[in-house]
Design a protein around this ligand. Sequence first.
Ligand code: ARG
Length: 463
Amino acid sequence: MTDKTSHDKPWGGRFTESTDAFVEAFTASVSFDQRLYRYDIEGSRAHARMLAHVGVLGNDERDAILDGLDRIERQIEAGEFEWSVSLEDVHMNIEARLTALIGEAGKKLHTGRSRNDQVATDLRLYLRDQIDAVCAELRRLQTGLLDLAEREADTIMPGFTHLQVAMPVTFGHHMLAWFENLQRDRDRFTDSRARVNVMPLGAAALAGTSFPIDRHYTAKLLGFDAPAENSLDAVSDRDFVIEFCANAALTLTHLSRFSEELILWASAQFDFIDLPDRFCTGSSIMPQKKNPDVPELVRGKTGRVTGHLMSLLMLMKGQPLAYNKDNQEDKEPLFDSVDTLLGCLRAFADMIPAVQVKADNMRRAAASGYSTATDLADYLVRKGVPFRDAHEIVGSAVRIGIDSGRDLTEMELSELQALSPAIGEDVFEVLTLEGSVSARKHFGGTAPQQVRAAIARARERLA
Ligand code: ARG
């Protein structure tokens, strides 16, 4: 990075002393906003074309600018562009280089615009692409979940509430629950894209410009749905950044909960699943260890992105209209949220199809813990016993089971009949795990046939 005094800065005209060296570094954003270069150049191309379209630039000037921008883009991509801290940010670095390359015409590019509308435009173009990337990864993970759910549609596991065995469910059904979480997440990102895809360019510093710009023309060139309605709002709004981070934090919260399950299930105490070695690491001291690092890290990174959401909300809460330099602080949390979310989604999308289910262990766990007690209560209700009485009767049966170390299926018919004469020979069918899950065959239930139907519907919704 090179050094200059403020007289060499694009805004240096009214200044009589050069910027304090520390202040220069303190106020610069080029170290992190250079990642916006492609969008900055794309925005400049559209702006130059629009200026020529309305007659503010000559066609020769426009072509010189477009040619210079192409060269700059190639230099950056080849790693040959020297970024200068004294030129503060990505916008002034590129503009200064353009003028160095093509001369007078380069100085005209900034006509009718400001860095305030420029940075807001760059950020929206960037985020639009990132939302598309996030949605693609979400879809890949969702597809993996559906494949796993299909493979394990009949596999029975204990369903939990309060992390206590509650009722048997199918593993496929459990995976579909996570599918639904991610479907809502993807819907939220898709909804938010429409609010991102509005163009600030033309708002200039805050009040618009005296040049006869055609914002609809520029918006069309950049693929925006429309120019922003209000110039003050256009340069000061960062709702779209906050909304992305809120959606990212919520998506990661879902992945964090899912991670917690995978970590529990992979433990010796549950032993429900095996995570492939390639997603785990060992311990430097304990030779037997195989640690579920990927889900643990996803759980950990969730806190980081939630923190970014909080910092962005705090960043905005005291700002008057319109643009304030505070807004420069929006980028690092946003970029880190994007990187973290994409990394977590990628890890999950790669890992989920490779999860190995230990069906026997799940079944054993479901068969203990009185998971079909509710089925017995429902059975009594069907025989005419009021539900509250049925609940009481089954509670007594469970008590006897606990005291004698037996599950309900291991009890004598006579023992059960002593609790309620409504109990008949047919009770043992409803107490089986298969009987329990297949009885829940209504829409949204855990029965394998419903799981298969839900998978078919889910594949349509993904298409
Ligand atoms: N680097 C600035 C940012 O990220 C660009 C806009 C600066 N505008 C200004 N008037 N200083 O927000």
